[in-house]
Design a protein around this ligand. Structure first.
Ligand SMILES: *[C@@H]1O[C@H](CO)[C@@H](O)[C@H](O)[C@H]1NC(C)=O
Ligand SMILES: *[C@@H]1O[C@H](CO)[C@@H](O)[C@H](O)[C@H]1NC(C)=O
Ligand SMILES: *[C@@H]1O[C@H](CO)[C@@H](O)[C@H](O)[C@H]1NC(C)=O
Length: 283
């Protein structure tokens, strides 16, 4: 990515098989503070070059998102397989307080395409010892949509894929290999529907783990580790590949604070992210 570039993160979607979260009859039983997904409808800043370490491997630290980002042009498809972790309370944290993390793949999470972004992912919440996992998709600037019928539990392996046939139309799919359940939908860019200018750009694609502490004041849950395996992209000119050329982002919750999510590339098509928080920074 360009050094002066600021990266962002967030969301997309529509299909009648999915209930919009705003419908109270189909809302997942999310903790009460969240009528919408954390950071919903925002392009969350996740990357600023000033925070870059000067020694290789280069990692850009920010307060929201950790993972791998490829920048360029023509990104049309992204995929990755996620092993759902058990989540637990950070040491010393208040068990009555909601803790969360999210893992997602996306196109155009990066700032170069400020008005559109397509994502599919899984939110993980822990409140009073209860873990909840919710799959969602979002085409920013629309709000995210939870896949309320999509069952997930710790230990499941999910494959997620986004494929954009054009800059205004895309399909996403998510498969749970334990249950065999597959949800998918063809989506239209919300801006296209409104005859507005900003559409998807295809300037970046990303595999990310998101911390909502800074954006929503919801502390990071201890997720242990999360890996995206089979991390692959495709461009409109038929170029395919993994994450070899990706830049890495990590989360520091404050500018001078400790790193709480650290990621690395493994073997060209895997991104592994570890929880590094501890009591005092994440309670
Ligand atoms: C965006 O929101 C509009 C209005 O609710 C809806 O009709 C459309 O299907 C949504 N599209 C996506 C991709 O979320
Ligand atoms: C956490 O769960 C308790 C019930 O166990 C509930 O009263 C509380 O509202 C929940 N917290 C949030 C943030 O939703
Ligand atoms: C996503 O799924 C589609 C349809 O199965 C496939 O053609 C495409 O190659 C996948 N994308 C990636 C990056 O693997």
């Amino acid at each position: 990515m360009k050094l002066a570039t600021v990266l962002h993160a967030v969301l997309l979607g529509s299909n009648t098989i999915f209930a919009l979260r705003d419908d109270p009859t189909t809302d997942p039983p999310l903790p009460s503070i969240r009528r919408s997904r954390l950071s919903d409808g925002l392009k969350t800043l996740f990357f600023a070059h000033e925070d870059r370490d000067t020694t290789p491997p280069t990692v850009a630290y920010n307060q929201n998102c950790a993972g791998a980002v490829l920048t360029g042009a023509g990104y049309r498809s992204v995929t990755g397989t996620l092993q759902i972790p058990s989540i637990k309370l950070p040491p010393g944290a208040n068990r009555d307080k909601l803790h969360a993390v999210s893992a997602w793949i996306g196109i155009d999470g990066e700032h170069a395409c400020p008005n559109s972004m397509l994502q599919v992912g899984v939110d993980m919440y822990l409140n009073n010892s209860i873990s909840q996992y919710w799959a969602w998709f979002e085409w920013f600037p629309n709000h995210s949509t939870y896949l309320t019928d999509f069952a997930i539990r710790a230990g499941d392996t999910l494959t997620m894929n986004i494929t954009a046939a054009s800059l205004s139309s895309a399909e996403f799919a998510i498969t749970n290999h334990r249950t065999g359940q597959r949800d998918s939908a063809t989506l239209t860019d919300p801006a296209a529907a409104a005859a507005a200018a900003p559409l998807l750009c295809g300037f970046s694609t990303e595999w990310m783990v998101e911390d909502f502490s800074a954006s929503d004041g919801v502390p990071l849950v201890d997720f242990g580790g999360v890996a995206f395996t089979g991390a692959q992209f495709a461009t409109d000119s038929g170029v395919t590949g993994g994450v070899e050329a990706a830049e890495m982002a990590g989360v520091k919750e404050t500018a001078d604070g400790q790193v709480v999510i650290e990621c690395e590339k493994v073997g060209g098509d895997e991104v592994t992210c570890l929880y590094r928080g501890d009591a005092g920074t994440n309670t």
